[in-house]
Design a protein around this ligand. Structure first.
Ligand SMILES: Nc1ncnc2c1ncn2[C@@H]1O[C@H](COP(=O)(O)OP(=O)(O)O)[C@@H](O)[C@H]1O
Ligand code: SF4
Ligand SMILES: [Mg+2]
Length: 337
């Protein structure tokens, strides 16, 4: 993605009428995902994660900027005008499996329907066989083919959602908080299943999450978003160790850790994420940043920070000088035994 912007136009008051307002859901997102990697996308609710996923999928079109899928420009091609090949190679696992299955169709039928849309298999018999294999893949009993969605638990429904996403040999899968609507007891199993399939198929997985403890163990790289911007991006090792973007530092300090050998500096983020209708001038994070005073001349209040590229390609969008960044302390410390 290069300089992707997505603005929504909404009416000024909830009761209609009034001036049109513009919601700046995505502001100049630039990043790339590599073949076979898991890229985690993290950030508070409202920072624009689902918006970019929808634009990538073609469920919305971009306001400006470019999205290259392999060597095709897709930013202004809605899903209805994308080729079967493009649609099947780029798939999504949605946050809420309760909304995405057709309530009046058996599980087997829904998967076969996906295979038909993706033009998989040469006959009904072949597609039936492939459907059974997809149930195996997501570790559901083959007998579930005859079940209706209402006879499935949330975790089982999400497994069907995963089977459908991979039905056409997807090369890129976007999983938008795929387990956050599920019971805590099944979250780990569904996440592990998704990761197993990703590794097996060498799928590029964009894993959208607000849970940094999960992200830490499953992702190759991490992208941190704030108010429609990418504020930090790097390998998981780079993002979880200083120097941090000040926002990432605060997010990391809030990760719950059970281990008593671990001490953690708690940084409280004051206030909510500002409105995307009326973002602050200068740095998007300046209204909540505890490091702002380290930048001379009130620069943070006035100017959008540049993306600094540090060692190993680690990117931080911030005005802090290299010296200040280099002296940042880890927020999580593990005591020596
Ligand atoms: N269809 C829409 N119309 C207007 N505003 C929207 C629409 N979808 C999302 N937004 C707004 O865009 C911003 C980003 O939302 P979203 O991408 O859903 O964030 P996230 O997934 O990170 O929680 C929010 O301020 C949200 O209210
Ligand atoms: S640019 Fe300034 S306000 Fe923004 S994160 Fe960096 S130090 Fe904080
Ligand atoms: Mg979302």
């Amino acid at each position: 993605m290069e300089d992707l912007k997505k603005y929504y136009s909404v009416s000024g008051s909830a009761f209609g009428g009034g001036m049109k307002k513009v919601v700046k859901a995505n502001e100049t997102l630039t990043f790339e995902a590599h073949e076979g990697e898991t890229l985690a996308i993290v950030g508070e609710s409202g920072c624009g994660k689902s918006t970019f996923a929808k634009v990538l999928m073609g469920l919305e079109t971009a306001t400006s900027g470019q999205i290259m899928l392999f060597d095709e420009n897709v930013q202004s091609t809605p899903i209805t005008r994308r080729s079967t090949d493009t649609v099947s190679s780029l798939q999504m696992v949605f946050q809420n499996p309760f909304d995405t299955l057709n309530p009046s169709m058996t599980v087997g039928r829904q998967i076969i329907r996906a295979l038909e849309i993706f033009k998989q298999g040469n006959s009904d018999a072949e597609r039936h066989q492939r459907m059974l294999e997809l149930l195996d893949l997501v570790k559901l009993p083959r007998a579930f083919a005859e079940r209706m969605p209402r006879q499935l638990s949330g975790g089982q429904k999400q497994r069907v959602g995963i089977a459908r996403a991979f039905a056409g040999g997807a090369k890129v899968v976007v999983a938008d908080e795929p387990v956050s609507a599920l019971d805590v007891s099944v979250q780990a199993a569904v996440t592990d299943l998704l990761m197993d399939i990703q590794r097996e198929n060498k799928t590029t997985l964009l894993f959208i999450s607000h849970d940094l403890s999960i992200v830490r163990y499953l992702s190759d790289r991490v992208m941190v978003m704030y108010l429609g911007h990418v504020v930090e991006m790097g390998t998981t090792g780079q993002v979880f160790q200083p120097p941090y973007h000040p926002y990432t530092e605060a997010l990391l300090s809030a990760v719950p850790i059970a281990d008593t050998k671990v001490t953690r500096q708690r940084i409280v983020l004051e206030g909510d994420i500002p409105s995307a209708v009326n973002p602050p001038p200068g740095c998007p994070f300046q209204t909540r940043c505890r490091w702002k005073s380290q930048v001379p001349g009130g620069l943070c209040d006035r100017e959008m920070p540049p993306v600094q590229v540090l060692d190993g390609g680690h990117q931080i969008k911030c005005h802090l000088s290299a010296d200040v960044l280099a002296k940042m302390e880890p927020v999580i410390k593990i005591a020596a035994e």
